[in-house]
Design a protein around this ligand. Structure first.
Ligand code: NAD
Length: 360
C-alpha cells in the first residue's frame, strides 16, 4: 500500500528549498522502495491568494490523510496588511493544532565542517549535538482567557494564560524520555518552578515519569539558567524538554550556536508518530528568488521524516551522510560561506546532495 506524503511548499523561498528536498525524497523513495506517493497543496500566503484563507479545507483534508507532511515556510511582507486572523502564519498554527502535532523536535547539531560559522568559539561548540523537545500545542500561546481589555481607569491591559494539564505534560514528557533513550540517555527538563505554579506541576509530572525510564538520567533547570548554560557550555546537554514559549526561545538560541539557521531541520509529531517536517527558519523574503537559499535544513527535515515517521533509518542516515560529504567537498550556500570554500546556489547544493546519494 502506498504511503501518502503531503508537500506544502509555502511562500517566498519555501518553493525553492522544497523543490530540492522533493528531489531527494523522490530519489530515496526509488532507491529504498518506500512506495511513497507525493502530492502537493497550498498553505500560508499562497493559499490566501488562491482561496482567501491560509489553511484551505482541502489542504487540511489531505494533511489528515497523509502519513507525513513536508513544509517549506510561510509568510512574508506581501501579506503584512492582511487581517491578523488570516495571516499566513495562522495557517501554520492551525494545521499544527488541527493535527495535534504536540511534540516539536529540534536538533541543534553542528557539523564539524561549519564550526567556524558559529558565533561561539569552536572549542565551545565543536561536536555540539543536542535535541530540544518543545511542547507545541499548549501553554501560553493557546491558553484562555486571553485578550486586551480596558480597565476601570480606562487603561488597556493585555493578558494571556499559561496552562498545562497533567496529560499534556505527560505526553511531551514521554516523547522526550523516549528520545533520550535513543540518544545519550540524559534529559534536562526546563521550567520556571521557582515562580510559576504551572511549572511546579510540570516538574512533578516529569519526576513521576522518570522511574519508567531507568536508562535516562533526568535533571531540572530553570529557564533563565538554561538560556545562560546554552551559550556558556552547550555541550553539557543531550535532550532538553520544555513548554511552548520557553522552547520557542531556547530553540532559536540553540539554532544560532550552530552558525546558520539554514542548516536546522525540525519535526512536529502527533501521538501516533505521524508528523510535519520543516526547516526551523522562515520564508526569508530578503533572499527569495535569487537562488541563495540554503536547502539543507529542508533536506535534513526529509531525513528526520525518514527516521521518525517512515521508520527507515538506513535512508535517513544516507541523506545525512550525503549532506556531510557535500560539506566536506567545500560546497557552501551564502549563509554558511567562509573564505576558501566554493559558493553554491540552492539548485547546486540540492544537486550535490543528490549526486552523493546516487553515488552510494
Ligand atoms: P527568516 O527565518 O525567514 O529569516 C531570517 C534571516 O535568515 C534572513 O536574513 C534570511 O535571509 C535568513 N535565512 C532564513 N532561511 C535561510 C536559508 N534557508 N538560507 C539562507 N538564509 C536563510 O525569519 P524572518 O525574516 O523573521 O521571517 C520572514 C517571514 O517568515 C515572516 O513572515 C515570518 O512570519 C515567517 N516565518 C515563518 C516560519 C515558518 O513557516 N515556520 C518560521 C519563522 C518565520
Amino acid at each position: 500500500m502506498s504511503r501518502k506524503i503531503l508537500i506544502l511548499p509555502g511562500d517566498y523561498i519555501g518553493p525553492e528549498i522544497v523543490t530540492e528536498a522533493r528531489r531527494v525524497l523522490e530519489l530515496v523513495n526509488d532507491k529504498y522502495q518506500l512506495e511513497l506517493e507525493l502530492e502537493e497543496a497550498l498553505l500560508g500566503g499562497a493559499a490566501l491568494d488562491e482561496y482567501a484563507v491560509p489553511l484551505p479545507e482541502q489542504t487540511l483534508a489531505r494533511a489528515r490523510d497523509a502519513e507525513a507532511i513536508l513544509l517549506g515556510a510561510v509568510g512574508g511582507p506581501k501579506w503584512d496588511a492582511v487581517d491578523r486572523a488570516l495571516r499566513p502564519e495562522q495557517g501554520l498554527l492551525q494545521i499544527r493544532s488541527e493535527l495535534q502535532l504536540f511534540g516539536n523536535l529540534r536538533p541543534a547539531l553542528l557539523y564539524p565542517q561549519l564550526a567556524a560559522a558559529s558565533s561561539l568559539k569552536p572549542e565551545v561548540v565543536a561536536g555540539l549535538d543536542i535535541l530540544i523537545v518543545r511542547e507545541l500545542t499548549g501553554g501560553i500561546y493557546f491558553g484562555e482567557p486571553r485578550g486586551i481589555r480596558v480597565l476601570e481607569n480606562g487603561e488597556r491591559q493585555g493578558y494571556n494564560t499559561c496552562v498545562y494539564s497533567e496529560s499534556e505534560i505527560e505526553r511531551i514528557g514521554r516523547l522526550a524520555f523516549a528520545s533520550a533513550v535513543k540518544r545519550n540517555g540524559r534529559l534536562c527538563s526546563v521550567d520556571k518552578s521557582n515562580v510559576l505554579e504551572v511549572s511546579i506541576l510540570w516538574r512533578e509530572v516529569m519526576d513521576k515519569l522518570a522511574p519508567e525510564y531507568p536508562d535516562v538520567e533526568l535533571s531540572h533547570m530553570y529557564v533563565d539558567n538554561a538560556a545562560m548554560q546554552l551559550v556558556k557550555a552547550p555541550k553539557q546537554f543531550d535532550v532538553l524538554v520544555t513548554g511552548n514559549m520557553f522552547g520557542d526561545i531556547l530553540s532559536d538560541a540553540a539554532a544560532m550556536l550552530t552558525g546558520s539557521i539554514g542548516m536546522l531541520p525540525s519535526a512536529s509529531l502527533d501521538q501516533q508518530g505521524r508528523g510535519m517536517y520543516e526547516p526551523c527558519h522562515g520564508s526569508a523574503p530578503d533572499i527569495a528568488g535569487q537562488g541563495k537559499a540554503n536547502p539543507l535544513a529542508t533536506i535534513l527535515s526529509v531525513a528526520m521524516m525518514l527516521r521518525y515517521t517512515l521508520d527507515c533509518t538506513e535512508a535517513a542516515e544516507a541523506v545525512e551522510s550525503a549532506v556531510s560529504r557535500v560539506l566536506d567537498r567545500g560546497l557552501r550556500t551564502a549563509d554558511i560561506f567562509t573564505a576558501g570554500q566554493q559558493l553554491a546556489s540552492t539548485r547546486e547544493m540540492g544537486g550535490a546532495v543528490l549526486g552523493e546519494l546516487g553515488n552510494e
